[in-house]
Design a protein around this ligand. Structure first.
Ligand code: SF4
Length: 606
């Protein structure tokens, strides 16, 4: 089979058994890899009432036909599980070097089941899979653990590891993948699922090569796309994702002060332009990527003084910058590095902290009860606060480690009015009320408040071009199908969108046909995207999700943006309900948001 090894390894940490399951081309063509494989495996293996932190939960790491191959941005893999944060499906994409090295072992994916009796890690060296003792790694930061593992191995290794947050079952613990450009599988708390299994992570090493059906035609196709892709990605190469800060702020859609407003008067101080001028050291890239959107930055003060650390992404600058009214970019460098070392999702951490800070401001929690008092705009101790969360230290750490929805249930009162989450997942940095497409996009995202299901598009705030809500159901339908395909191939979103576009098209189908030898069309890819998305929905439906769950936060539906260029924008419940009707119709789901039997049959799910 071209583009695949055709093998998935299944490791049971309770019994110690290691099984290799072969898959055929029919399976590959139905689900592609990455996200699709993970959704199918979880659907087949995890029972509806499984507790996310129990040994019955399952974690899948999967590559796809683009991983580690010629397609730029094919440095990526995808992981998924049932989330302890949201109690539904969570899936997360990662880069760095881990996925490409995984693809050089004998396997396309790994399924982790059960629970070890003491700390372990899984070592894959080509076709040899071993469960190894991780006692000496437990309690180590991610970089310490990776460094120890590198010393223990003669061959070059790459790793996907948890840190203290995963070990301590913080509800938004992530998995950190090694590489020059370290990358987090950040969203949804797969780190805590691994922690509950006493699994420090996966170490891979390999030298196997995947056969490509027609490498010359693939290269020719990519060569034609290359100049356009490089041009469209030039701001990422120069500034990285923080280049978004000023653009989004200028349109009045930069969520600030726990989304009480959407313009930050000090946005420049946390922008890509500021970072480039004052702290940028050099570009760093995932395996084989010509865009190199990552940067190393100097840290002039704080926990990591005098070192070079990975520049925070835009999403982090939003969550622990503008959402906290924090203009001290160096405090963001330090706290971001703590989150990476502890293995903790910066979006959920920052948005939970912003929520807690507003609860303090509104008198629902007393600062005198917290180990570090919280005030918008004053974040000298941000890195320390991140450590409190990772260790669940003191009342502050315990409150933060819950994630915002659980924290709101704990605080009670009117705190729900200040939440910024959907289905329990804190919302990313693309405004749910300032971007027409993201209202419905977030409400129907299978993982909750994620910007990687429906993708944000920034139109000018000109009423002539305001897209309104009418076309958003169709936009979300197409965008979600496209992201499901990208996460299954697996390809970096930035490169996917800048080379193949934001909708499934013939060029993408053509590139896949050169890798696999399949005579595949755009329409077949659309159907695969639909299949994967509907399968994800089915997993969530089995766990209680329906129309009632496809909602937006109180503030998004009831409080218009107070000022700035997007003043007055919001998405009322009436707007949302109209969009849901049309969206469910397009998806072939019933009025309650449940996929119909006809749809399941059409998509070959049953
Ligand atoms: S564009 Fe950035 S995130 Fe994507 S593969 Fe390249 S370096 Fe990695």
């Amino acid at each position: 089979m071209f583009g695949y090894h055709g093998k998935i390894v299944e490791v049971n940490l309770t019994t110690g058994s290691i099984n290799i399951n072969n898959f055929d081309e029919d399976f590959a063509r139905l689900y592609l890899g990455g996200n699709g494989f993970a959704a199918k495996i979880l659907y087949d293996t995890v029972k509806p009432h499984t507790e996310p932190l129990s040994e019955d939960n399952v974690v899948v790491f999967a590559t796809g036909p683009f991983t580690g191959g010629h397609v730029w941005g094919g440095s990526r893999g995808h992981c998924a599980s049932i989330s302890p944060l949201t109690n539904i499906l969570c899936d997360s994409n990662f880069g760095g070097n881990f996925a490409a090295m995984f693809k050089r072992t004998a396997f396309d994916a790994i399924v982790i089941k059960g629970k070890a009796s003491s700390p372990v890690y899984i070592h894959i060296d080509n076709e040899i899979v071993t469960i190894k003792d991780a006692t000496s790694l437990w309690g180590k930061t991610v970089s310490e653990a990776h460094s120890l593992l590198s010393k223990q191995n003669e061959k070059r290794i790459e790793s996907a590891l948890i840190g203290r947050a995963g070990e301590n079952l913080v509800r938004y613990a992530s998995v950190i993948c090694s590489g020059t450009r370290v990358s987090a599988a950040g969203r949804g708390c797969i780190g805590a699922v691994l922690g509950s299994k006493l699994c420090k992570g996966i170490v891979v090493s390999g030298d196997k090569k995947i056969e490509i059906f027609d490498a010359d035609k693939l290269k020719n196709c990519l060569n034609q796309l290359y100049p356009g892709m490089k041009e469209r990605a030039k701001h990422l190469t120069e500034f990285g994702t923080p280049v978004l800060v000023q653009m989004i702020n200028s349109r009045g859609k930069l969520c600030t002060r726990n989304n009480q407003k959407e313009q930050f008067d000090k946005a420049y101080m946390i922008s890509g332009e500021y970072i480039k001028e004052h702290h940028k050291k050099k570009n760093i890239a995932c395996h084989g990527c010509p865009v190199a959107c990552g940067k190393l930055v100097d840290v002039p003060y704080g926990t990591y003084t005098g070192t070079n650390v990975k520049m925070p992404e835009y999403e982090t600058i939003y969550s622990i910058g503008s959402m906290l009214e924090n203009s001290d970019v160096v405090s963001i460098y330090n706290a971001n590095t703590v989150c990476d070392e502890m293995g903790m999702d910066t979006i959920s951490f920052g948005v939970t902290l912003a929520f807690l800070t507003e609860c303090v401001e509104k008198g629902l929690i007393k600062n005198s009860d917290l180990e570090i008092p919280l005030h918008f705009g004053k974040w000298n101790h941000l890195a320390e606060i991140a450590e409190y969360a990772a260790y669940q230290k003191g009342l502050l750490g315990k409150l933060l480690a819950m994630g915002s929805r659980r924290l709101s249930e704990y605080i009670d009162g009117e705190s729900y009015k200040y939440l910024y989450e959907i289905k329990g997942l804190e919302i990313a940095g693309h405004s749910a009320r300032g971007l027409r497409q993201m209202s419905l996009g977030y409400a129907t995202a299978t993982r909750g408040g994620s910007h990687h299901d429906t993708r944000p598009t920034y139109y000018p705030n000109d009423p002539e071009v305001d897209p309104g809500f009418t076309h958003q159901p169709e936009y979300s339908f197409n965008s979600q199908n496209n992201t499901a395909i990208g996460d299954s191939l697996v390809i970096c979103r930035f490169i996917h969108e800048r080379s193949f576009g934001t909708q499934i098209n013939e060029t993408l189908a053509e590139a896949l046909s050169y890798v696999t030898g399949w005579d595949i069309t755009k329409q077949e890819l659309v159907e695969i995207g639909e299949r994967i998305y509907t399968l994800e929905r089915l997993i969530n439906v089995s766990r209680g999700i329906d129309r009632q769950s496809d909602v937006l936060p109180y503030r998004v539906m009831n409080e218009p943006i107070p000022d700035g260029p997007s003043k007055g924008w919001m998405c009322t419940n009436e707007d949302l309900q109209k969009m849901l009707d049309e969206y469910y119709r397009l998806r072939g789901w019933d009025k309650n948001g449940i996929p119909t039997k006809e749809t399941l049959k059409r998509l070959k799910i049953y």
